[in-house]
Every structure is written in C-alpha cells, then in structure tokens.
Design a binder for this molecule. Sequence first.
Ligand code: FES
Length: 85
Amino acid sequence: MRLQVMGKRLLLANVEGQFFLVQEMCSHEDVSLYLGCLQGKTLKCSLHGSRFDLSTGQPLDEPADEPLQIYPVRVENGQIFLSST
Ligand code: FES
C-alpha cells in the first residue's frame, strides 16, 4: 500500500501480520518500489532487480548499494502507528 506521510512517499507492507514501512522510491534510481515483488520480508525492485530486506532496509543485491529508509511501526487495537524509535 502506498502512503504519503508528512510529504514523504512510503510503502506499507503486510508480511503475515507484521507491518513494514519503508520509503517508496528505490535507493538505486528514482523508481517506485510499488510495482516490485514482495517475497516474505524481501522486496524486489521491478527495474533492475535489487532486493531489499524490509526489516533493515539493506540491499541484498547490486546494483543498489544504499539502504532504504525504514520507519518502525507498531499496531495497537487494529491501527498502525509510526513509532518514535
Ligand atoms: S532502480 Fe531499483 S535496482 Fe535499479
């Protein structure tokens, strides 16, 4: 799911009930990861195929060599909140 929070374009992924919030755009080039492929906690960019670990933001493959910005979230009473840590 795409979100815009305080002017930032983000992606929210639900992996078996665990939520991950990361920047929408790939760290390699200015391409949305929205059309990428989600496999477990790994998100694969649709353009050059770099995979990112959603729990850390780290790229697992070249050509991306910069991590995605991640935003910790917590779920309370069915609502998702950005965590301050
Ligand atoms: S644009 Fe995502 S890996 Fe190149």
